[in-house]
Design a protein. Structure first.
Length: 136
């Protein structure tokens, strides 16, 4: 599978997922999500997460979508994420256990404050901040 980000008129964006059945000779789109996907995570052919980001001049809002049926349908998990942070990375080890790294400042800032690590035990539906401070 391959993820492509598309910029559309009126500042809208989407992530398009494509797949190949001939070793990469040709590709066909099969699913799309209305966000700019910074990170696309697959644990198997059915479980897919797309971590995106809405950024404006004064704030950042991460976006998270999950599919448990190979991209046929998508669940919006945005309400499970903390507001005002910049999403750095996402990693799931299986369909339930995942980690998310957030930054406390916008990416165009001259110096990041610090990174915050979150864990999920339910596929990204809820997140708990871990007591870990990463790199200053």
């Amino acid at each position: 599978m391959l993820a492509l980000n598309a910029y559309l008129p009126l500042d809208s964006q989407k992530t398009i997922l494509c797949k190949t059945t001939d070793g990469g000779e040709s590709w066909k789109s099969f699913s799309e999500v209305a966000t700019y996907g910074n990170v696309v995570e697959f644990t198997d052919a059915q479980h897919i997460w797309i971590l995106g980001q809405v950024i404006n001049s004064s704030s950042a809002q991460p976006e998270l979508y999950r599919s448990i049926d190979g991209g046929t349908t998508w669940q919006n998990l945005n309400s499970s994420l903390p507001d005002g942070y910049f999403a750095i990375n996402l990693d799931f080890t299986d369909s339930e256990k995942g980690w998310l790294i957030m930054d406390t400042v916008l990416p165009n800032s001259s110096k990041p404050d610090h990174y915050i690590l979150y864990a999920s035990q339910d596929g990204g539906q809820t997140w708990s901040q871990l007591d870990a401070r990463m790199g200053d």
